[in-house]
Design a protein around this ligand. Structure first.
Ligand SMILES: *[C@@H]1O[C@H](CO)[C@@H](O)[C@H](O)[C@H]1NC(C)=O
Ligand SMILES: *[C@@H]1O[C@H](CO)[C@@H](O)[C@H](O)[C@H]1NC(C)=O
Ligand SMILES: *[C@@H]1O[C@H](CO)[C@@H](O)[C@H](O)[C@H]1NC(C)=O
Ligand SMILES: *[C@@H]1O[C@H](CO)[C@@H](O)[C@H](O)[C@H]1NC(C)=O
Length: 803
């Protein structure tokens, strides 16, 4: 060990004078670092932090003077100096006595310096807390990076009155962005936007409002155990992070960053794991999409864009509405432009009704772009009024009689499931395809090139002599013939698939679409699901499911079953786009849904709202009803569980994996012992050699419904005794009239007791041991909706869990 250290230090000594300082983090005046690939850095005694140059992404010619976590693979940058003036290769930072750190380009131009300096600097140190400190001759601090933060705070760092953090411009661009966090002299901590390129500040979108004279905020403290609080003038603490975060500081690195999208997030990273990244622990504001950006500015997304919250990390996702495209295709968080201009001049050709139409989007709003409110108004009147009004870009119709007319640019766009209404977005008729520039997978680039070649062939044809043309035409035809033939040989099943509108893919196509099955979305009992991109009328993200363990020699049945699945169309089912069947490989291609599974939504960090949960329950019930009674061939799902329910952009529940049970049991009968469901959701008849009917799904739905009501898993071993099994616990609570316990702390549900009780009673009927006692899904939907009375359920027990 000691020998190693010696070796390393002598090696570094040989390399460069500046590297001597690395051993104890102490740098004396005259020490310097140069900007170059693999240049050395000043490392803290613990080895956790490093100070030096980092190449700016996408360029090894420009460098950023920065401090980073040196022991983790991502080498996350926590402080940076020259954000507006990247340093060219060969730039040098030197420790000087009168200006502290000075960064100069190879030509000698000053790019940045530590400022202001108190006294005369004699030494600098990269400390173990991540603070780079300069000391004067009297051993006082002359300057430190904690007092001059960039976008990040580290444990033990404070933000004093008047200090601020300023976000990056984008994930990869370190220039000054729009978002700031500032400790105001009046005592409140605020987040606000500025109007670039100036500093002019807009009203805060987050404010602690701690300006009370006797207890105003003095500073923000990020203490060593990862807690955030405001220290008030009366020495009390105003907590920012919730008490439920129990960080064990020894095992984790922390940082808190104002992200380029305006969310201030506290992250942790395990010290000893290389494959886990930063996890978000806490953030403000709660929902950036709904934060009150008032007055000037676009909100977190650009103008004409709209925002959805990613529940995983509380960060926004921005989208352009239909008929709009990104101004800068590379910046998803930027402005959107309409793909047409509405003119108010008299010379428009045709009536508005001929030119324009509306795209309907539910629960979407741009709350700060109104210019008129019409009330009471019907939806039809609202449409007509916006259609005839050349200033109207969007009309929001809500609460059954309000019509808000909106003008461009639309700002603060958001998905808002409490809106109780919809946006009517004006688009041109015969709507040209979206001009956003999606990234095409390689294979489609190739196709694109082929097309271009054909155009060239065409122009040559038109330009050459007659004789030459005849020869050329012959040659081209011959080529086409050969290519055509070859394609047909490659895809033998092509013709047989024509009977449905499903697309038949080759294995190779799907391999390319998923970039070699690179990004795994999930694993199920039926196989692994990968993300991919395929070219339809536009590039579409898809989920490709590789089925495992199919019975061989069942090609015909496979086709039949896939066709059955392909013929289902319901808004609560995941749509099948196509399949691949080349004997060995069987894959299904589904539409990709952005909001993940119901499992992660229900059992994640923050509970979804009661109203949203009830909508999801209705959706699943309707989807199952369709599978059981309304599609051309009855489909029993056999594996209803929260992992098999996906959520689309609007958090509508969509059932996935239906039809697969049959597919995987080709050649077997349902009573053939092989239990298909998932422990905890499986109906008792699977173990009893009873016939398998649609009632197995009703049972699983009952369990799922209880999970939706209580936001907890069916089996929870962390809870003691009777509460461990959700079904038992709910029945006990129901009998003892303690339903409030089920939705503890959930105000919205507590205020909706009738519905909670109705849902619980329906669920108890669904999980009856005797299948014939369980209601049909039609009855279930009617009972959930309150259309028919729910009789008092009997005890679903005794049922024994034999698996
Ligand atoms: C750094 O080195 C200087 C000179 O050797 C010394 O005076 C100073 O105390 C050292 N500082 C730290 C923090 O070790
Ligand atoms: C930098 O380091 C990497 C990995 O050690 C090496 O492959 C590369 O050649 C180095 N570059 C220079 C300019 O020394
Ligand atoms: C960052 O964005 C600014 C402003 O748009 C631009 O001038 C600069 O070139 C960008 N920097 C990099 C490294 O892309
Ligand atoms: C950090 O603050 C929390 C909450 O106020 C407190 O419980 C904890 O002891 C503090 N840790 C340190 C190291 O001061």
């Amino acid at each position: 060990m000691a020998v190693n250290l010696l070796l390393i230090s002598s090696f570094l000594f040989l390399q460069q004078f500046s590297a001597i300082a690395q051993t104890n983090g102490n740098i004396t005046v005259g020490g310097f670092l140069s900007a170059a690939e693999n240049s050395s850095s000043w490392i803290s005694p613990s080895g956790d932090f490093a100070f030096g140059f980092r190449p700016i992404e996408s360029s090894d010619e420009l460098f950023l003077l920065s401090i980073w976590y040196d022991r983790i693979p991502s080498k996350t940058i926590v402080w940076f100096a020259n954000r507006e003036k990247p340093a060219p290769k060969g730039s040098r930072v030197e420790l000087t006595s009168d200006s502290g750190l000075v960064l100069r380009s190879p030509q000698g131009d000053e790019l940045w310096k530590s400022d202001p300096i108190r006294g005369t600097v004699v030494s600098g140190v990269m400390s173990n807390t991540g603070n780079f400190e300069l000391y004067s001759s009297s051993s006082d601090k002359a300057w430190d990076s904690f007092r001059n933060p960039a976008d990040t705070m580290l444990p033990s760092q404070t933000l004093e009155s008047g200090e601020l953090l300023s976000s990056k411009l984008s994930a990869t661009n370190f220039s000054t962005g729009r978002f700031r966090m500032r400790m105001r002299p009046e005592g409140n901590l605020v987040l606000n936007t500025i109007n670039l390129p100036t500093d002019s500040t807009n009203d805060p979108y987050y404010d602690t409002e701690t300006t009370n004279a006797s207890s105003s905020g003095e500073r923000v403290v990020f203490n060593e155990s990862g807690y955030f609080y405001l220290l008030l003038s009366n020495d009390r603490r105003y907590p920012l992070t919730s008490r439920s975060i129990h960080p064990s500081a020894k095992d984790f690195y922390y940082r808190a960053t104002i992200n380029f999208d305006g969310v201030f997030t506290l992250y942790q990273h395990p010290k000893n794991s290389s494959n886990e990244g930063w996890t978000a622990l806490w953030s403000i504001p709660d929902n950036i999409c709904k934060a009150s950006f008032t007055g000037i500015g676009s909100g977190t997304c650009g103008f004409n864009s709209f925002c959805r919250l990613n529940p995983g990390d509380n960060r926004p996702i921005c989208d352009c509405p239909k008929g709009y495209f990104l101004s800068d295709a590379k910046n998803k968080y930027g402005d959107c432009k309409p793909n047409f201009t509405q003119s108010c001049a008299d010379d428009e050709e045709g009536s508005p009704a001929d030119l324009y139409d509306f795209e309907e989007v539910i629960n979407t709003d741009w709350p700060t772009s109104d210019y008129a409110l019409l009330q009471p108004f019907t939806e039809q009147q609202c449409r007509e009024s916006c259609l005839q009004d050349c200033m109207c870009a969007v009309a929001i119709f809500r609460t059954g009689d309000m019509c808000w007319k909106k003008k461009l640019p639309l700002s603060n766009g958001r998905f808002d499931n409490t809106l109780d209404g919809k946006a009517l977005i004006k688009i041109t008729k015969g709507n040209p395809p979206s001009r956003g520039d999606p990234v095409l997978p390689r294979s489609f680039m190739k196709n694109q090139k082929n097309k271009d070649n054909m155009i060239i062939v065409g122009s040559v044809l038109l330009g050459g002599s007659v004789f030459f043309n005849v020869i050329l035409v012959t040659a081209v035809c011959l080529c086409f013939f050969l290519v055509h033939k070859k394609v047909h040989r490659q895809i033998p099943h092509h013709d047989e698939a024509v009977e449905t509108n499903l697309r038949c893919f080759t294995y190779k196509e799907l391999e390319e679409a998923t970039d070699g099955f690179k990004e795994e979305l999930g694993k199920g009992s039926f196989g692994i699901v990968y993300k991919g991109l395929i070219q339809m009328s536009y590039v579409t993200p898809v989920a490709v499911k590789k089925l495992n363990s199919l019975v061989p020699d069942t090609e015909k049945e496979f086709k039949t079953e896939v066709n059955v699945i392909g013929q289902t169309h319901h808004k609560n089912l995941v749509r099948l786009i196509g399949f691949c069947d080349d004997g060995v490989h069987r894959l299904l291609v589904y539409e990709f849904l952005s909001n993940g599974t119901l499992a992660s939504f229900l059992f994640g960090e923050s509970k979804p709202r009661w109203s949203q949960r009830t909508q999801i329950a209705f959706g699943i019930a309707r989807g199952l009803l369709y599978l059981h009674e309304e599609c051309s061939t009855q489909i029993i799902h056999c594996d209803i569980k929260p992992q098999n329910i996906l959520l689309d952009d609007y958090y509508t529940a969509r059932i996935s994996d239906f039809g697969l049970a049959k597919l995987l049991m080709l050649g077997q009968s349902y009573t053939h012992t092989n239990i298909r469901g998932t422990k905890g959701y499986v109906a008792p008849e699977w173990f009893r050699n009873l016939p398998i009917t649609v009632k197995v799904d009703v049972f699983s739905f009952g369990v799922l419904l209880l999970e939706i009501i209580c936001c907890r898993r069916n089996v929870n071993m962390e809870v003691s005794g009777a509460e461990a099994l959700l079904t038992d616990w709910v029945y006990d609570c129901y009998c003892e009239e303690r339903l409030d316990d089920l939705v503890e702390f959930d105000k919205e549900a507590l205020n909706d007791k009738n519905k909670v009780e109705r849902f619980v009673m329906v669920a108890l009927w669904c999980i009856q041991e005797d299948p014939s006692l369980r209601p049909t899904m039609r009855k279930v939907t009617q009972m959930l909706e309150g259309v028919v009375e729910v009789p008092v359920p009997s005890c679903p027990c005794p049922f024994t869990m034999t698996n």
